[in-house]
Design a binder for this molecule. Structure first.
Ligand SMILES: N[C@@H](Cc1c[nH]cn1)C(=O)NCC(=O)O
Length: 442
């Protein structure tokens, strides 16, 4: 445990996740090329992006159950294989249906990767470092996001569709080979990581056991509240909002997107240390981040006229913190479930943010359409992606943030009452802060 080999195994798992995020975000940045190749509207392509997110969300429970049955090595390798196949199909596709089938395979393989790497680190690491490892894994995925925005866009412009997507397939194949050669579920002699000792027989009772654990549901609502607003911004609506809604150039919009990613890369490790250091205060941290994101969005949306640039910077930084904030959800699952249920528990948690993203993405599109039609019918000469439309459409996110906040409060009350039964009392935060201050003075 916690050996050089642990880091090597985790590093290969993280590489497989970087490749998965690179596959995931590659179509988003290839919009104009895809629209030209398949002769379809950009809006149809963005709908396909949402479908991929939907496939990812639906696959979380089956993948989590398989993870508890077969372990992370099989799932990460299987995910890399399916994604490589999917990317080959996208690379060779001349017609849209083959590309869509390829993207569905990418969604399926992608779904298997993150929760398997999170599960892998629990087999190889022990102690407070495990809480930090989840953030490091998530941060490494952000590298995949960055690789898709600059190097992949450049490659696409240089060598065209087939070779650039073919290169991504090769990256996936390299990940597959490395996983097969180097990744094992646990060190030799380590605890068996699959099987059914002390747990009910069958996948359904085990899934229910994971779901009934309030800590799993606290993780679900944490992920639900915090991932969707960042996902929706990065994967679909952020770019049109910045360029068409607020009038920034495409280069400036790319800069704002990068701020989200870089802020996440800084905030992730800090949150990892905080959750490891103060495990009984994780939900307070989550509630503070949900409150911050809701507050910043509210100020942006009610600002008279266009929000100033500094406020947009504050917004993208808040979104950058929300991404790693959602990763805290997996830490709840880890600490409240036995290792052999962790796959199912992580699958449940990971569904939260992707269900919310899948719901909000089309709702924002529909609200934009409705607002545009009403204004045009009223004689106004405005575009579909006018800021006034975004102002109303993005307010939908406040409902998700409000629901998420309320559910985190509710689930933490239930979780804390269970802890109380086990003799662990979590007092109010101000009492803990006062005791900490007294300790420092004394
Ligand atoms: N918590 C996120 C990842 C993230 C985003 N920003 C920082 N961390 C997550 O749940 N990811 C799941 C996945 O499959 O990418």
């Amino acid at each position: 445990m916690n050996s050089a080999r642990s880091w090597l195994v985790w590093g290969v798992g993280a590489f497989a996740y970087i490749a998965a995020v690179l596959h995931r975000s590659s179509l988003g940045v290839a919009g104009p090329a895809a629209a030209e190749r398949f002769e379809v509207q950009a809006t149809l392509l963005s709908t396909l992006g949402a479908v991929q997110i939907g496939v990812y969300a639906i696959m979380q429970v089956p993948v989590g159950v398989l993870l508890d049955r077969f372990g992370p090595r099989v799932l990460i390798a299987g995910g890399a294989l399916v994604m490589t196949g999917g990317q080959v199909m996208v690379a060779l596709a001349e017609e849209l249906p083959l590309a869509v089938a390829g993207r569905v395979l990418l969604g399926i393989g992608d779904a298997a990767t993150f929760i398997s790497v999170i599960r892998l680190q629990s087999g190889w690491f022990t102690g407070p470092i495990v809480a930090q490892m989840s953030q490091w894994t998530a941060v490494s995925g952000q590298l995949g996001q960055l690789l898709s925005t600059v190097p992949f866009v450049w490659l696409l412009s240089q060598v065209g569709w087939t070779l650039s997507f073919g290169t991504l397939a090769i990256v996936g194949a390299v990940a597959l080979v490395l996983v097969l050669l180097l990744v094992y579920d646990a060190p030799p002699g380590g605890a068996p990581t699959t099987g059914s000792i002390d747990l009910p027989e069958g996948w359904w009772p085990r899934l229910l056991t994971a779901f009934r654990q309030p800590g799993t549901r606290l993780g679900f609502w944490t992920h639900f509240s915090l991932l969707s607003t960042t996902n929706v911004f990065l994967l679909l609506w952020g770019y049109p909002m910045l360029v068409d809604g607020l009038g920034f150039s495409s280069g400036e919009a790319a800069g704002f997107m990068s701020i989200v990613v870089f802020t996440g890369m800084v905030a992730g490790p800090i949150l990892g240390v905080a959750t490891a250091r103060f495990p009984l205060r994780r939900s307070t941290l989550v509630l503070c981040i949900v409150g911050l994101v809701a507050l910043v969005w509210t100020v942006v949306l009610v600002w008279p006229g266009h929000p100033p640039t500094w406020l947009v910077v504050v917004l993208v930084m808040a979104l950058g913190v929300a991404g790693p904030g959602s990763t805290v959800g997996f830490d709840f699952a880890r600490t409240f479930n036995p290792l052999r249920l962790l796959g199912s528990a992580n699958g449940i948690v990971n569904m939260g943010g992707f269900i919310a993203s899948f719901a909000i993405m089309p709702i924002i599109g529909i609200v934009l359409d409705v607002v545009h039609s009403v204004r045009v019918a009223g004689g106004e000469d405005v575009g579909l992606y006018d800021w006034e439309g975004f102002r109303i459409a993005f307010a939908v996110q406040l409902l998700v943030l409000g629901l998420g906040f309320a559910m985190v409060v509710r689930m933490r009350r239930i979780t804390r009452s269970r802890l109380r039964e086990e003799g662990i009392e979590v007092g109010p935060i101000w009492a803990a802060l006062a005791a900490w201050m007294r300790g420092r003075r004394g």
